[in-house]
Design a protein around this ligand. Structure first.
Ligand code: CMX
Length: 469
């Protein structure tokens, strides 16, 4: 409980000064008037806390794995040192969201009215609670997000003032940092919120941020690539239909379905990837969800991570241009792959730090393409690459995983429906990633996870460790 300790006139003065802060804190004590998703999370917290306590009591001193010198130098690959409950990645099988594979998610989660794909709203419920939502529960998330979808004028002005030459990912990160102005967590912390209640304003910030992201992203898109005219959201439409409409592709029902698929499959990929880990790390310092997620976005903007989706399409189009045809032969594609490798570059969209088989996120997009755009020339090239690249990378002999990842397929689908501006692709990834990393961030605070502070070493200290007499 938050308490004020003071006496007399000074007490009255300071109480009245603190009144708005106290009122804000009172909101985070009881969630009885909040959305049903928040109520469900609140109900689950005691049992999750008890579960963590039990696991720590029983297994707290057990060894999870060993750390080698190579791991310390090699990007900490394979070190088990973090809890991420919303999803788990198996090297061969791929991602499971709260235990469900992508095909299971597609089959079991409710769909929006008239849609063929499940929604990120339904997935958000699953990620936060571990439970498959009913249609009504998924709809309650949609309604909640729609009710929060507006931007402060200064953020609108900030985005509108960005030069069109500023990369869309930098604009997105800038806008998310600016939205921090209205962080409920930051205000509650300042007012002295009890640490047990942290999760509540973090939940509120997360919903606010998710609701605002399509407005921010579409504003960037229409400023940089279109006419700078902006649309309003339709409170009766789902998140993906609204996002499609805001971008200017709302009339095509298939594009809205593509957005649903895209936002679901890019959302979460356990905790060790750069965007997830960064959000979690920065959040562990009790930076609010805006600051934490903006940091994650900056990591997503790296070409070895999320930016690979723009690089893939650029690389394929360059190949078509250099070879001089939209339908290159397998031999021409093979030669182009070797030319890329021999010039010291990576083949974008292939390889993965954890996966050792074709990414099921790639397969989900391939299924979509086989159903909706089987005759698209670029899709045929993407399919030809799937046949050729793994062999080339295997022969090249460096890559541990020669198979395609999620980024190898997303560009061709977006381009088919007219979203041709590659520089924007990672922004879509960013909007999706928010669903995963913010779900976990709520649980990080609900479970009272510690500030992260792993141990680093110097090369000299490693030598000393193993070479001492
Ligand atoms: N093309 C060429 N070389 C590759 C390669 C590729 N697609 N993938 C890996 N390699 C190389 C690595 O650069 C590394 O070379 P060095 O030993 O000279 O440093 C070697 O093969 C071993 O790497 P690895 O252990 O197989 O892969 P990492 O865990 O180090 O890196 C990843 C993983 C994804 C960064 C890497 O496969 C890559 O650069 N792929 C291309 C970029 C890409 O598609 N990124 C998107 C990943 C998904 C996402 O996060 O969105």
């Amino acid at each position: 409980m938050f308490a004020i300790r003071s006496t007399g006139a000074a007490a009255t003065r300071s109480t009245s000064k603190l009144a708005p802060a106290l009122a804000a804190l009172a909101r985070f004590k009881s969630t009885s008037s909040a959305s049903s998703l928040k109520q469900r999370v609140e109900q689950l917290i005691p049992e999750k806390l008890a579960e963590v306590k039990d696991v720590k009591q029983k297994y707290g001193d057990r060894v999870l794995g060993e750390t080698t010198v190579d791991m310390a130098y090699g990007g900490m690959r394979g070190i088990k040192g973090m809890i991420w409950d919303t999803s788990l990645l198996d090297a061969n099988e791929g991602i499971r969201f709260r235990g469900l594979s992508i095909p299971e998610v597609q089959e079991q989660l409710p769909k929006a009215k008239g849609a063929s794909e499940t929604t990120p709203e339904a997935l958000f419920w699953l990620l936060l609670t571990g439970e498959i939502p009913t249609q009504a529960q998924a709809q309650s998330v949609t309604d909640e997000l729609n009710s929060r979808a507006s931007l402060p004028q200064f953020v609108i002005d900030l985005i509108d003032r960005c030069p069109s030459t500023l990369h869309p990912m930098s604009q997105l990160s800038l806008a998310v940092n600016a939205l921090q102005h209205d962080s409920q967590f930051a205000k509650a912390y300042h007012a002295g919120i009890n640490r047990k209640d942290y999760w509540s304003p973090v939940f509120e910030d997360s919903l606010d941020l998710l609701a605002k992201l399509p407005l921010v992203a579409s504003r960037i898109y229409r400023n940089v690539f279109k006419d700078g005219k902006h649309r309003a959201i339709d409170p009766s439409a789902d998140y993906s239909q609204n996002f499609a409409s805001l971008l200017g592709f709302g009339e095509n029902a298939k594009f809205a379905d593509l957005m649903r698929l895209y936002l679901v499959i890019h959302s979460d990929h356990e905790g060790g990837n750069v965007s997830a880990h960064t959000t979690h790390l920065v959040g562990s310092a009790l930076s609010d969800p805006y600051l934490s997620f903006a940091a994650g976005l900056n990591g997503l903007a790296g070409p070895l991570h999320g930016l690979a989706n723009q690089e893939v399409l650029r690389w394929i189009l360059k190949m078509q241009e250099e070879i001089g045809t939209e339908t290159p032969t397998e031999d021409q594609i093979r030669d182009y792959c070797w030319a890329t490798l021999n010039s010291g570059r990576v083949v974008p969209g292939y390889g993965h730090a954890v996966l050792r088989k074709t990414d099921p996120r790639y397969m989900a997009q391939r299924e979509f393409a086989l159903t909706h755009l089987p005759e698209d020339n670029l899709f045929k090239t993407v399919s030809a690459l799937y046949k050729i690249v793994p062999g080339v990378l295997t022969e090249h002999g460096k890559t541990k995983n020669p198979w395609p990842n999620v980024d190898a397929h997303s560009g061709v689908l977006l381009r088919h429906y007219g979203l041709v501006e590659q520089d924007f692709y990672t922004v879509l990834f960013g909007v999706s990633r928010a669903f995963g990393v913010l779900s976990q961030l709520v649980w990080d605070r609900a479970l009272g996870f510690s500030i992260e502070r792993p141990k680093s070493l110097t090369t000299e200290s490693i030598r000393a460790m193993f070479e001492k007499k």
